[in-house]
Ligand binder design. Sequence first.
Ligand code: AMP
Length: 217
Amino acid sequence: MATYIVLLGPPGVGKGTQARLLSETQKLAHVSSGDLFRENLKNQTDLGKLAKSYMDKGELVPDDVTISMIRDRISRPDCEAGAILDGFPRTPAQADALEIMLKEFHGAVNVVPYITAAENILIERASGRWTCRAQGHIYHEKFNPPKQARVCDVDGSEVYQRDDDKVETVTKRIRVYFDQTIPLVEYYRKEGKLIEIDGTQAVEDVTKVLLASLKKK
Ligand code: AMP
């Protein structure tokens, strides 16, 4: 049976960083809905153009297009053993759709780590975040700057600030998260799949707690 780990957490909590690390240690594909939208945007696809109008405002892209994009992604061979789902689902309708599609792919959501932190910390983290253009490696202007300004340590590509990481949009995205995604916390808690993790700890400590709790589950 394929293993799917849904990572929940507000913008700025370090979810993307942990998802990458988990994907390496668990040998599961990293499926990030935000990265998929950004890839579509870069390639100027119709989906990318549609998504941009929502992303720029810090709003969620409509469920139907998001669900079909994820369905397409997890039907690829590298997701046969499962995946780390980062940023999806974000609404109850997406969670329902995920359950149905995973049955089809002979898998299920096994565990749902929920990384969390207070709003002021999230705003500081997300609005200081810089991302590498080529592969999405993540830096922070204060807490984790690249060795050479604006150059990715890993692949040498440009490190830039995402438009939606500017402070006004970040604040909106965090509100949208608390409005629309928090119901999922309860949904997975009731199913006994939720693991709550304090996202204010250092990155390495969050990873340690995350790996230890996955082992227990
Ligand atoms: P992220 O990189 O996960 O913070 O996502 C960036 C933006 O992409 C979000 O602010 C939304 O506009 C859009 N997005 C990402 N994932 C989803 C999703 N599951 N449902 C709807 N919109 C999404």
